[in-house]
Design a protein around this ligand. Structure first.
Ligand code: SAM
Ligand code: SF4
Length: 326
């Protein structure tokens, strides 16, 4: 079977698929004014998603992550999870969510075939969580995480965007949280997007600062698994949980990047910060276009650039990550 490989030798077993641009949260670094619908956007429907996943799986994709916007706002999410889980070749179906519906829905998602879950929790302090996300829902999100931990997922991970003056002093609290829990927290360095320039300048902090604190506290870098994402993961014998660092501004971040993205409108995006999207939607309308669709994906992959231009302050066409699927 053909495997997706680009001109730099990178393989692409992993697809991030955005299900919607809509979101009910107002994270200060992403959608500070909330989601503004532009007309009546129509996002990929279930048949389009099924054809898309079959084509990527035919080219070697083994893991799909459902994201957004907020993927759990899709009423047909359980059906979409089931489509992904039953795609031949797909072994892992993950989702990234703000956790707003976890308590009510996570059991149903698990039963539909979801195998891994990432929940965004930017602070362990309920008031800070409220200030960052615009929603006073820390307690229910964390209760949802506790519920998910008992459902037999391959992995439950938390994401926190590291923000100067907002949550960059919480490492000790996170360590307490991780002591007895089999969970990993990923600190993501704030990325500059088209819409957040001033915010970025105020709140960006290098992930390396946190990494030094970790090393001083005796945390050790773990070996990178073959299909691992871009996180550098740390462990400590006295803690059950792990801490990951995602540092998009570090040298070599792009060299190991195996991310392919498809937006909720069906555009293939080769880099989060790329300059262009490749429309796949015209080839998602009929099962008869399966071969043509695989051909378009495979050809375009040759164009995945060696690295993004973030260091040059170039954030491509991405206004905020909710628009592409972070
Ligand atoms: N709504 C879901 C959520 O928040 O988990 C999924 C989509 S969200 C765009 C995916 C991830 O991107 C979240 O963990 C979020 O914190 C992160 N994110 C959004 N904007 C970011 C930025 N400018 N820099 C770094 N991470 C960002
Ligand atoms: Fe919504 Fe996720 Fe963006 Fe927050 S980070 S505004 S939850 S899409």
């Amino acid at each position: 079977m053909a495997i997706l490989v680009d001109g730099f030798g990178r393989k692409f077993p992993y697809l991030r698929l955005s299900l919607t641009e809509a979101c009910n949260f107002r994270c200060s670094y992403c959608l500070p004014d909330g989601y503004q619908a532009n007309g009546r956007p129509i996002f990929l429907d279930r048949d389009e998603i099924r054809r898309l996943l079959h084509a990527f799986a035919g080219l070697g994709m083994r893991k799909v992550r459902l994201t957004g916007g907020e993927p759990s706002l899709r009423k047909d999410l359980p059906e979409i999870i089931a489509i992904a889980a039953s795609t031949p070749g797909v072994r892992k179906v993950a989702m990234t969510t703000n956790g707003c519906l976890l308590l009510n829905k996570v059991r149903q998602w698990r039963e539909a075939g979801l195998t891994a879950l990432n929940v965004s929790v930017d602070s362990l302090d309920p008031q800070r969580f409220h200030a960052i996300t615009g929603h006073d829902r820390f307690d229910e999100v964390i209760e949802g995480v506790e519920l998910a931990l008992g459902l037999g997922f391959d992995a439950v991970k938390l994401n926190a965007v590291l923000l100067r003056g907002r949550n960059d002093d919480e490492l000790p609290a996170w360590m307490d949280y991780l002591r007895e829990r089999d969970i990993s927290i990923r600190f993501i360095e704030l990325m500059r997007t088209g819409d957040n320039k001033a915010y970025f300048e105020r709140h960006h902090v290098r992930a390396e600062v946190l990494e030094q604190q970790l090393q001083q506290a005796g945390w050790m870098l773990t070996p990178r698994a073959a299909d691992a994402g871009p996180a550098r993961e740390y462990a400590h014998p006295a803690y059950r949980g792990r801490i990951g660092i995602i540092a998009p501004y570090s040298k070599d971040f792009c060299a190991g990047c195996n991310r392919l993205r498809v937006t909720a409108r069906g555009d293939l995006r080769l880099c989060l910060f790329g300059e262009f999207g490749i429309p796949l939607r015209p080839l998602l309308q009929s099962d008869a276009d399966h071969e043509a669709l695989m051909g378009r994906i495979a050809t375009q992959l040759g164009l995945k650039a060696a690295g993004h231009g973030l260091h040059q302050g170039n954030s491509g066409i991405t206004p905020h990550l909710a628009s592409i699927g972070g």
